[in-house]
Design a protein around this ligand. Structure first.
Ligand SMILES: NC(=O)N[C@@H](O)C(=O)O
Ligand code: NI
Length: 163
C-alpha cells in the first residue's frame, strides 16, 4: 500500500505529467476591443491513432472522501485529457510518468486550489476524476477515435491532504 500526502499543485511540479491551466499565471493578450483577455494555447491537445478527433465533454462528479483509497491508476495512450473546473471545485490528482510500469517512488499526489485545471499528456498514469467537498462540474477535453484509449494499472494508494 502506498500512502501519499497531496501537495499543493504547481506547474513546475506537474511538468513531467502535463500542463496546469490557470488564468492567474498564464500569459494573455487583449481581444474583442480590449473587453476580453485571451489566455491562448495553454496546453497541447494530443489525439493519436485512427480516426482520432478532439472531444469536448462535461463531467459531473460526486465528491470523494478523504483519505482517498485508490486501487488503480489509468492512462490514455492515444490522447491527452484536460480537466477544468467550472465552479472552482478542488480536486485530488495522483499521477505517475508515462511508461509500461509504475515505479512507486515516482507516484505523486497533488490537490488543486479551485482555480487550477490540468491537462494530462498522453500516457500519463492518473487517478480518475476525484473532486473534493461537493459535486463537481468539469469541462473535459480528450481524444475520441478508434482503438483502446484507456489502460488500468492495479495500484493500492491512500491519499490524504498535507496538514
Ligand atoms: N473514463 C473517463 O472518461 N474518465 C477518466 O479518464 C478520468 O480520468 O476521469
Ligand atoms: Ni482519464
Amino acid at each position: 500500500m502506498l500512502t501519499l500526502e497531496a501537495k499543493l499543485l504547481t506547474a513546475d511540479a506537474f511538468a513531467p505529467f502535463g500542463d496546469v491551466l490557470d488564468a492567474r499565471t498564464s500569459a494573455s493578450y487583449p481581444i474583442n476591443a480590449g473587453r476580453t483577455q485571451r489566455h491562448h494555447d495553454l496546453a497541447k491537445v494530443e489525439t493519436l491513432g485512427d480516426n482520432a478527433h478532439t472531444l469536448i465533454n462535461i463531467f459531473v462528479s460526486q465528491p470523494v472522501s478523504l483519505p482517498l483509497s485508490l486501487t488503480f491508476l489509468e492512462r490514455h495512450p492515444q490522447g491527452s485529457q484536460a480537466f477544468m473546473p467550472l465552479r472552482q471545485e478542488r480536486f485530488i490528482i495522483v499521477v505517475a510518468p508515462p511508461g509500461e510500469t509504475i515505479a512507486l517512488d515516482e507516484v505523486q499526489a497533488f490537490v488543486t486550489d479551485g482555480r487550477q485545471g490540468v491537462n494530462y499528456r498522453a500516457g500519463t498514469w492518473h487517478a480518475i476524476q476525484s473532486v473534493l467537498e461537493r459535486e463537481g462540474e468539469f469541462l473535459v477535453v480528450d481524444r475520441g477515435g478508434d482503438g483502446n484509449n484507456c489502460d488500468e494499472y492495479p495500484l493500492d494508494v491512500t491519499v490524504t491532504l498535507a496538514q
